[in-house]
Design a protein around this ligand. Sequence first.
Ligand SMILES: [Zn+2]
Length: 345
Amino acid sequence: MRLSHLVRLGAACLAFALSWGEPAKAEPLAKDLFGAKRLPAATPPAVYGFYSKGCFSGGIAIAADGPHWQAMRLSRNRRWGHPELVRLIEKLSREAAQDGWPGLLVGDLSQPRGGPMLSGHASHQIGLDADIWFTPMPVKRMSVAERERVSAVSMLRDNSLYVDDRKWTSAHEAVLRRAASYPEVERILVHPGIKKKLCDTVRGERSWLRKVRPFWGHDYHFHLRIGCPDGSPGCTPQTPPPPGEGCDSSLAWWFTEEPWKPAAGPAKPRARDVMRMSALPTACQAVLDAPSPPSEATVTLTGSGALPAIAATMPPVPAGSVDPASYLLSLQPEQLPVPSPRPAH
Ligand SMILES: [Zn+2]
């Protein structure tokens, strides 16, 4: 072989070695792309992927203020969800008020087009998750600054896994019962101590306890999760929880040391810190590339509960679209975080 051939071969090998492993490096992180979007994809509502790995289009925002709610941490721009979720929150705020809950303090839903977040939650990626504070809404309207600053109150006794009875009220039970009553709601995540409180104290009809699942965190807020909406074949459902109220040995496990031990071995990077577009459903690139609506106001649900102007022109979202038989409640194994004191959810 002549020298020039060897040089060319070497150059080809070098080029191959350089290109190999480079696409991943060049490909931006999905959280940076989705985190930069200020408005949703102005297309019919559709969900792609799973709660912890996906995106959605046709999202709408819940207004910062409604008759029975105030949205918190407005700077995060996470008031976005699938229209079915946003309408459900409006309904819950109204019906819970009839039950004696003064109003909802609404925490994070999703980013405008979903996807992994720059900080916080591992789920909340497909517009079907919402955090609602356990702190009842105050009578006064909070300023934007107060909504950044005010802290939620833990329902637990200090340094304890158990509910503080000075904070827990029958109204807390009522708002959870109301939320669980909706067929669209598949799971409500709460701290194990709160689940135990419900197991110990709920009287009468108790089948709704099946939807209330113990999880890390969630002593300051509960996490509402609805099932895959109609019209979203790309949405991956979650498997149902085991039958029953969940007040059994599976709950007792949470009161052992095991769930609270630090994870063994070296810390693994968080999924959002390594997730690239190639890990998400292919449709998520189209969701990123889709045009925005003309303004936030045109896609914001206000107190009337009516769909905002642009969303009203999209195919209607059928009410109660989830078949109760298909409740998909139990955590999928890959969803379970590595045990650590308080992982993001
Ligand atoms: Zn949450």
